[in-house]
Every structure is written in C-alpha cells, then in structure tokens.
Design a protein around this ligand. Structure first.
Ligand code: 1PZ
Length: 215
C-alpha cells in the first residue's frame, strides 16, 4: 500500500454515513454523504488499479454532486430532501430520457445510492462470513443482487473479472486497517446499521417522488 494510505481506516469512512443522518434520521446531509463516498473511493484505490474503472465513475459522480454543492444554488443541495424539492420544482430533472438535464443531482445521486446497496450487502456478507469464505464470491453475490440489475452485460462481465482480483478475507480485513478480524466484525456490526438507515431513507424519498428509474 502507498504511504499516503497508511493512516486510512474504513471505520472513519463508514462514520460519515452516521454523521450524514439529520433530524432523527429524517434527512441526509449531502456533504457528509459525499465524504463517505470519497473515503470509499480511497479504500477501493488502495485495493489496486484493477478497480480504477469503478473509481473513475464514482469520482465523476461525486464531482458532479460537489459542483452543485459549491455552486450558486449550493444551499438547495445541502440535504437530500432539499435537493429533490429544488430540482423537481424547477424542472431540473430529466424524468424519461436524458436531454436538457442529463446530469441532475437526483439522477447522479441515484447511481451512488444503488451502489450503496451493493456495499451494504457486501459488507454484511463479510461481517457474517467464516474465515474460509471467498471475498470474490461474496462480492459478486452482493453485486448480482443489487447493482448488476442496472448494468449492461459488458460492465457486468468486466466487474466479474475484477472481483477475482480481490484479496482473500484476512488480507481484505487488514486493508480496512481497523484491527484484528474480530475488531473488523465488531466495527461492521456497529457501522452498517447507519449505512442501512441512509440507504432506506434515500430509497423511501426516491420512491415517494417516483424517481427510482431516472434515466
Ligand atoms: C471492493 C471492491 C470494489 C468492487 C466494486 C463493485 C461495483 C462494480 C460496479 C462497476 C461499475 C463501474 C462502471 C460504471 C458504470 C456506470 O455505467 C454506472 C451507471 O452510471 P451512468 O452510466 O448511468 O452514468 N455507474 C454506477 O452504477 C455507479 C457505480 C459506482 C460504484 C462504486 C463502488 C464503490 C466501491 C466501494 C468500495 C468499498
């Protein structure tokens, strides 16, 4: 691992998903949500360049969202609810096909949201896995049950090859930089409920506004 990654711990990354929950879990603060994603990208990069096609796409989506946050309507992008309200009321979302607003905040965040489901499933599988479980199998099962449903064949194929390069379970736990395997399992048990809350809340908002299939 490169020396710049030395102090990096997956625990600090997942903590962002706790701090992005606002007002008794009734909203999601986008700045912290994106910080969580930036940490996940760092973690993925530390696994090797084979995942760079994944991290490039994630980075470009994070960048689109950060530009909205820094832009002149930044305040409207402070939270998930305010973004949805702002973009829908201003007709800033392409609802049936990408045209005037191909990179709306709503469609961009939806892609990250779908990927968060994969992460949630994968980390939960890792948490309850046994020492001889294969990371690549857990990863591809989680992928097939979530993100794969939105990807064309060529991406599914590329992803399935990349998964084979994942380090074995104990090595993977080491890269997380959390401590012993038991400590990793405890940390995941503590942090994953927050990832689930963020996922569930976002899913509910998108569903209520009929935004789950944005092109
Ligand atoms: C730890 C191992 C990492 C495995 C990563 C598993 C996810 C594989 C997904 C591969 C897809 C990447 C290629 C780009 C796909 C895009 O077409 C789609 C749809 O976006 P659009 O084309 O509509 O603009 N992008 C996505 O689905 C978002 C993918 C983000 C993946 C982030 C993974 C985060 C990993 C965290 C690691 C702990």
């Amino acid at each position: 691992m490169a020396s710049t990654e030395e102090e990096f711990s997956l625990k600090e990354v997942l903590i962002h998903f706790k701090s992005c929950l606002l007002d008794d879990d009734k909203d999601v603060l986008l700045e912290h949500y994106l910080n969580g994603w930036k940490g996940l990208v760092r973690f993925m990069n530390s696994l090797g360049s084979i995942f760079s096609f994944v991290s490039k796409d994630a980075v470009s989506k994070i960048q689109i969202m950060e530009n909205y946050l820094k832009g002149e309507s930044g305040e409207r992008y402070r939270s998930l609810q305010s973004m949805i309200e702002y973009e829908l009321s201003g007709n800033l979302v392409d609802l049936t096909q990408r045209s005037g607003h191909p990179d709306s905040g709503c469609r961009t965040l939806l892609r990250l949201h779908r990927a968060l489901r994969w992460l949630q499933l994968f980390l939960e599988k890792l948490r309850i896995s046994s020492e001889d479980s294969k990371t690549s199998t857990l990863c591809s099962e989680a992928y097939n049950d979530s993100l794969a449903n939105y990807h064309p064949w060529i991406i599914r194929k590329t992803a399935s090859v990349a998964f084979l390069a994942l380090p074995v379970r104990n090595k993977f736990f080491e890269v997380m930089n959390v401590g012993t395997p038991e400590e990793v399992v405890d940390m995941l048990g503590e942090a994953l409920p927050y990832v689930s809350k963020v996922y569930d809340f976002t899913e509910e908002q998108y569903s209520q506004h009929n935004l789950l299939n944005l092109p």
